[in-house]
Design a protein around this ligand. Sequence first.
Ligand code: ATP
Length: 239
Amino acid sequence: MLRLETIVAGYNKSIALDGVSIDIPAGTIVSVVGANGAGKSTIVNTISRLVSTYSGTIRFDGRDITGSKPAEVVELGIVQVPEGRQLFAPLTVEENLRLGFHRLAGKPDSAQKYRERLDYVLDLFPIMKQRIGQRAGTMSGGEQQMVAVSRALMAEPKLLMLDEPSLGLAPMIVDQIFDILAKLRKDGLTILLVEQHADEALALADYGYVMAVGKVRAEGPGNDLRDTPALHQSYLGKV
Ligand code: ATP
């Protein structure tokens, strides 16, 4: 569904991704793991077209989107749950969810579609039913992450990208979020998961990539990667 082909990208002429190729087949979870600064967020932001590429190609459903603008990428159904969640703290849960629906608002039957999407995310995260009128900024970190995932799902994405969803959350909450990702895959969604918590992210993934210093150091089926020397080396900085 999405393919990065030999991408070189970065910030102000510095290179953060150095020839990165990644393939995300439809209906799978692909995890990208690696230590701080390895380039994981840059991958997500390159796909969103928030980071400029110096060379290489990004293809979505076979179409070259390297020259697309961020809004066009969202319009195609590529939606991001950003690092740190980035909710609108003074707004209620429902107001945050409505912002996620922006992609579909104004289309025919949008009122019915809104109800359907809302029911879908409230079924996934029943706890939000009681919190729908609560200001997002007053919720726990785990609840905020659930709202952030839900906000992205309101857009009915084809490809959902999550940047470090486990950040600052208790292991039990991380398990809950990862269980939801497995359920979303069952529903047919394609997912790119970018995580420092390598073991859980690889256990969940169909396929994984280990990054270090802007390069892919290892790749393979998620479970096979959990014990590779490349994984340990990338976290120890021995690359
Ligand atoms: P983290 O878990 O810390 O987010 P990461 O693996 O996601 O790590 P990136 O954030 O993609 O790593 O960073 C890759 C490289 O790009 C690092 O060297 C980082 O310092 C640099 N970088 C990231 N964002 C910017 C920016 N806005 N301007 C300049 N350099 C940046």
